[in-house]
Design a protein around this ligand. Structure first.
Ligand code: ZN
Length: 402
């Protein structure tokens, strides 16, 4: 059985030990079991520590029975080893995990909510609360009270309880199963619950708890939060973001939203004007195309390619063209960057030409997909070099049907 140094002291960063045994693991890795270790193995929602043993990286740590397995790519050459955990990673986990206990205690006190899940992630952490609903106001209240508990700088203590002494502790959460001895984490005057994780010694070390968002998840309310240096990094990032946005929009922070509203309104107005101008242009263009096209057996088959256009532009022009009777529009629109082409084949309502099969025959030439039936069909493709061939093929197909 490995002696677990982190259970009584989360602040042991370096230690000496002896290799008790080694095991071969997949992918060329080796598992090292020490007589005692300060490395925390993954468990209870908290990821494992990393670090090094005799200068060789420890990439993962897990428990197997009563052993703690240190996953390494190489085996240390000596039995007596010097080990060091990655302290910034460990302290980060301590801040998040102790912060979680406080947040859970707060939600229990304010809303009577039990914490039914905890995950300490690489970017942020989550707790799941057994609650039917939640509000932003509740989120703010939980955040406020949690931070007040930090600034009280309360002691965080580790206890070992037995069945006989368990009643002496004001537990928020009962142990999950029968036990001979159980480790408890007590936050003075705030919380006490069974936990095997690593924790700070006083709540002030958590620095700050920030709830970033909440959502309904699997019949629970999930809070996403960051503590300590993660909260600082989150604030730094958001401060930078606001500064950048302010610079680009030439507006101080408090005016960002109203400035954005003005911009969106202006963009909407511009789009409306553009649509009107496009419609006018379509009327002019449709008139010109109609006049220039000689009829075939009394039907005007108008073939045209629009450059720098969107599918909506092509469809708009087709609609305008087939508003004249006895007209077939075979149009292609090529995107701004020449990366795609969009075909629209339409006929006026007085004609009984089924445009679907005609489009289907033309689509392979543009490596495209699409569909439609009756008087209109459209589709897009990624190859523009045979656009003219696709239109000519469609023109011949229409002529065959006349
Ligand atoms: Zn815990």
């Amino acid at each position: 059985m490995t002696d677990l140094l982190f259970q009584n002291n989360s602040y042991i960063r370096q230690f000496q030990s002896r290799i008790k045994k080694t095991i071969t693991l997949p992918n060329g890795n080796v598992g090292v079991v020490l007589e005692h270790t300060a490395f925390y193995p993954e468990g209870g929602g908290q990821p494992s520590d990393k670090g090094q043993i005799n200068g060789i990286p420890v990439n993962d740590v897990y428990s197997e029975g009563s052993d703690i397995i240190h996953v390494m790519s190489d085996l240390p050459q000596a039995v007596a080893v010097e080990a060091a955990i990655d302290w910034s990673r460990r302290f980060d986990h301590m801040q998040q995990h102790s912060g979680q206990h406080i947040l859970s205690a707060t939600c229990h006190e304010l809303f009577g909510a039990a914490t039914v899940g905890f995950h300490l992630g690489a970017q942020s952490s989550q707790i799941d609360l057994d609650l039917p609903g939640f509000t932003d106001e509740q989120m703010n209240a939980a955040e406020q009270l949690s931070n007040e508990m930090l600034y009280g700088n309360k002691a965080v203590r580790i206890h070992q309880a037995t069945q006989a002494t368990l009643h002496e502790y004001p537990l928020r959460k009962q142990p999950a199963k029968d036990f001979a001895a159980i480790r408890l984490i007590e936050i003075e005057g705030i919380d006490c619950c069974p936990c095997g994780g690593t924790h700070v010694a006083a709540t002030g070390e958590i620095g700050m708890i920030k709830i970033r968002s909440w959502e309904r998840k699997n019949n629970a309310i999930r809070l996403d939060f960051v503590c300590g240096y993660r909260a600082l990094a989150d604030y730094q990032y958001k401060n930078l973001l606001i500064k950048e946005l302010s610079g680009r929009l030439s507006a101080p922070g408090p005016q960002l939203l109203s400035t954005l509203d003005k911009l969106f309104n202006k963009a909407d107005e511009t789009n409306r004007q553009l649509a009107a101008a496009r419609q006018e242009l379509n009327v002019q263009l449709a008139g010109n195309l109609y006049r220039q096209t000689e009829p075939e057996k009394g039907i005007k088959i108008i073939v045209y390619q629009l450059l720098n256009s969107s599918p909506a532009d092509v469809a708009g022009l087709a609609k305008q063209l087939v508003s004249s009777p006895a007209t077939v529009a075979l149009l292609a629109g090529v995107a701004d960057d020449n990366s795609k082409v969009h075909l629209v084949f339409s006929c006026s309502p007085d004609l009984t030409i089924n445009m679907g099969p005609i489009l289907k025959a033309a689509l392979p030439l543009i490596e495209g997909k699409g569909g439609g039936n009756g008087s209109s069909a459209q589709g897009g493709g990624s190859s523009i070099k045979h656009t003219a061939d696709a239109l000519e093929l469609a023109r011949q197909a229409v002529i065959q049907l006349l």
